[in-house]
Ligand binder design. Structure first.
Ligand SMILES: Nc1ncnc2c1ncn2[C@@H]1O[C@H](COP(=O)(O)OP(=O)(O)OP(=O)(O)O)[C@@H](O)[C@H]1O
Ligand SMILES: O=c1[nH]c(=O)c2[nH+]cn([C@@H]3O[C@H](COP(=O)(O)O)[C@@H](O)[C@H]3O)c2[nH]1
Ligand SMILES: NC(=O)CC[C@H](N)C(=O)O
Ligand SMILES: [Mg+2]
Length: 518
């Protein structure tokens, strides 16, 4: 099996949230793949999907050379659903009209349902008003022949359109985002009631499809897998091992930027649970030497990304050469690092395993989790029978403490941070909060403050504590600790860690902050 026959193809025009469409389709129990509009025709022919969804885009259909739906898809008779740009381009290609709106709609909007539509089955009724999320400047000003409008909003007289005979539907709002509370149900209605899919696709099938894909990609080649002890690479390694067995060697790089006891834990946890060869590389000196004197966050990240690859290549040579490098890259790593399909989605930070990769790469990447979100990877981990100790771990970034020490990274500063971080996590575990929090860590600030200890003056480092709740790391909220927790941790850290005399708590959500400080 390469992929299930009951599938939906998502044509990506470069929206920031295209992957959320895929996610909603998976939640509706249907297999989906995303193809950039440039290769969508080939993907369509290969997959023979039962439906097509058109994504949003930073482009405007009014711009010359802006993306179009491949004609073969329009000619195929397969049901289509357009979202935002997807609606605009569908209308324009089928004979309607799109104009530049006088003012756009960005954020919450209220639509009114003006007619029945299969997308609204069991969700919305005619005459009702509902909150949706919009993000557009252009709007549909004339319907293409065969379509009827079924909803309006103040900024979009044509907010939802339907052509039941061709099974074409489209919305100006983004139904894939959580800010459209009923959006997931509309996507499920498209999959089930329009495309006639049964919705019985599961993680077990995802696993089988990926195993087949990995075998096809790798053939009889050798694979080196970067194993960090985090959830993503553990799941990737086990999945790849299922696919190609002994062709896989895992490499754990101890860059000296790990937390207290982490390296030992990772290696023993993995060696005790799995019979997969694991090489433990100690590279603290290389990393600290390379980071010396560097304070720019992007330069730190790029150096680390490159140093990882150098080490993977060295290990590849030791096992007689490897053609492939496997990583547990997830979708959030990708979208924050690169602009998708050449569109102007901006780089927020270069995740070491994506945007931080050096330009010259001798090994081809194997990244089976590249389209998944964290909570989906955890579900896949459970499916693969990974120990709870792996599946439930808080994420830890590949660049480690280097991006939690704004400014220059030194061994001394790493040691201070390690001690404080260990106390913080110990208290979180003792309070039974570890599994409620999505990620918690400490940041050693490049700021010194005056204090008084034992009647003496201190002039020492400031530490920030951070803890967030999230489902997928794309958005996050500061965790609200119970009353006396933070003061207790602050006291312990200042008392027990030499070099820190003040502790603060970071209340910023994402956005506008990011989870890490660099
Ligand atoms: N110390 C390391 N040694 C080897 N590979 C690493 C190391 N740190 C990160 N990687 C590679 O980079 C990838 C991305 O790191 P990332 O932190 O996003 O994932 P993870 O560590 O597997 O999971 P988690 O997000 O739970 O920490 C990893 O999946 C792994 O392949
Ligand atoms: O492997 C990684 N390499 C990186 O370069 C990297 N940068 C951030 N993160 C982790 O990604 C999630 C989102 O973090 P941000 O809100 O800081 O972007 C959080 O879980 C971060 O810890 C990284 N993981
Ligand atoms: N989110 C979108 O798809 C926006 C489409 C188009 N760029 C507009 O502004 O209307
Ligand atoms: Mg990690």
């Amino acid at each position: 099996m390469t992929h299930p026959t009951d599938s939906i193809l998502i044509v990506d025009f470069g929206s920031q949230v295209t992957q959320l469409i895929a996610r909603r389709v998976r939640e509706a129990g249907v297999y989906s793949e995303i193809a950039p509009f440039t290769t969508a025709e080939a993907a369509f022919a290969r997959m023979a999907p039962k439906g097509v969804i058109l994504s949003g885009s930073p482009a405007s259909v009014l711009d010359e050379g802006s993306p179009r739906i491949p004609q073969a898809i329009l000619d195929s008779g397969v049901p289509i659903m357009g979202i935002c740009y997807g609606q605009q381009v569908l209308m324009q290609q089928l004979g309607g009209n799109v104009t530049l709106g006088e003012s756009g709609e960005f954020g919450h909007a209220v639509i009114e349902i003006t007619d029945d539509c299969v997308l609204f089955d069991g969700v919305w009724k005619t005459g009702e008003k509902h909150t949706v999320w919009m993000s557009h400047g252009d709007k549909v000003s004339a319907l293409a022949p065969g379509f009827r409008p079924v909803a309006v909003s103040p900024g979009s007289p044509i907010a939802v359109v339907a052509d039941d005979s061709r099974k074409y539907y489209a919305t100006q709002f983004h139904m894939e985002v959580a800010h459209t509370p009923d959006g997931a149900k509309l996507i499920a209605n498209f999959a089930r009631h329009v495309c006639g899919l049964t919705g019985d696709w599961t993680m077990a099938e995802f696993r089988a499809a990926k195993v087949a894909q990995i075998r096809a990609q790798v053939g009889s080649g050798r694979v080196i897998c970067g194993l960090s002890g985090g959830v993503d690479s553990a799941v990737a390694a086990v999945l790849i091992h299922e696919a190609i067995g002994e062709q896989l060697t895992c490499v754990f790089v101890d860059h000296g930027l790990m937390r207290t006891g982490e390296a030992e834990q990772v290696v023993s946890l993995f060696r005790n649970s799995y019979n997969i060869p694991l090489v433990h590389v100690n590279a603290e000196e290389t990393f600290l030497a390379g980071l010396a004197g560097e304070t720019d966050p992007e330069k730190k990240r790029k150096f680390i990304g490159g140093a990882f690859i150098d080490l993977f290549e060295e290990e590849a040579r030791k096992v007689g050469g490897a053609d492939f490098l496997a990583q547990g890259t997830l979708y959030p790593d990708v979208i924050e690092s690169v602009s998708f399909t050449g569109g102007p989605s901006v780089t927020i930070k270069s995740h070491h395993n994506v945007g931080g990769l050096p330009e010259r790469m001798n090994m081809q990447l194997v990244e089976p989790l590249r389209e998944l979100f964290k909570d989906e990877v955890r579900a896949l981990g459970m499916e693969l029978g990974l120990p709870q100790a792996f599946v439930g771990r808080h994420p830890f970034p590949g660049p480690g403490l280097a991006i939690r020490i704004p400014g220059e990274v030194t061994k001394e500063r790493c040691d201070i941070l390690r001690k404080a971080d260990a106390i913080y996590l110990e208290e979180i575990r003792a309070a039974g909060l570890y599994d409620t929090i999505w990620q918690a860590f400490a940041v050693l600030l490049p700021v010194r403050s005056v204090g008084v200890m034992g009647d003496g003056r201190t002039y020492d480092n400031v530490l920030a504590l951070r803890a967030v709740t999230s489902t997928d790391g794309m958005t996050a909220e500061a965790f609200q600790f119970p009353g006396d927790f933070l003061p207790r941790v602050a006291t312990r850290i200042v008392n027990e860690v030499k070099g820190i005399n003040r502790v603060t708590y970071d209340y910023t959500s994402k956005p506008p902050g990011t989870i890490e400080w660099e």
